[in-house]
Design a protein around this ligand. Sequence first.
Ligand code: SF4
Length: 296
Amino acid sequence: MEVIDVDKAEAVANVLKTVGVKRDNYLDPRLYPPPDDPLEDQIGYFVAMTAIDHRTSLWEPFEGVVEGEFFHGADLLYRLGRLAYGRGFFKADKLAQLRPDEADVLLSINGKRVWDFHTRVLLLRDVGKKALRIGGFANIPRDSLKKLKETIKQMRAYEDPVEKKVLLLAKFLDGRRLADFKDIEEADVPVDNHVSRIAYRLGIVDLNYDFLESGVETTREEDIRLRELVKTAWRIVAKFADLHPFALDDYLWNFGRRICTRENPKCDACPFKDVCKAHSLRRYPPEHLHLATWYY
Ligand code: SF4
């Protein structure tokens, strides 16, 4: 039976206090809209892009060169999104009528579509329709995270009970100063496969590695239960480290892609190696397997 290891969470938090965790401001002009653009456009971009921000590489990597620069996975999605934004792609009325052939500019590279292309088109259409129903993207609540969660869950893309996408959206809006959430206690790390894997390897969620290494896909219910546990474990770490959960997530996002990678983690360069369960066992399991989802 898996449990949260509170002592391990404190040990991880103590290391985090030494590594200089910083917030991102999401202003990279290659990936995000200019900060002086109309609110409706900027918020529409983040609501729509976060709605389709889930696993991009399943059968084969989603990657390619855009304007002379190589991008992979979510970076490629946001690079293509930024270019589509420049052509007015993210207006609510346009999204509501989006056709598959129009979505290729966002969801394909070199003639290859992302693995669940049609699901993402449906999610974008739904986002557009529901934004129109509330009078536009700029009308989503931006002073209360609780209210944002309640409103945005009407969109199919955001129905995950563990709230990965709404927390990611809140992180973007907060980091860009497009929102001013008064209820910080509602914030958590958005739980995806990367932060789950790191939690299992560090041992803040202590579970049987044989299960993770089995390659058997979990049910939807099991996936939700495990990610809730991961979310709580990171909440405890953030409290011990006195970190905003969104700042912690910015750190984990880079850490999971550069150091604690799914294959061949770079333990020699890792600040957590002295407290890491996986490193002490010399076993480096992946995250639990749950592939057929748009929740994360
Ligand atoms: S020591 Fe290795 S397995 Fe453990 S968190 Fe660091 S990179 Fe990941």
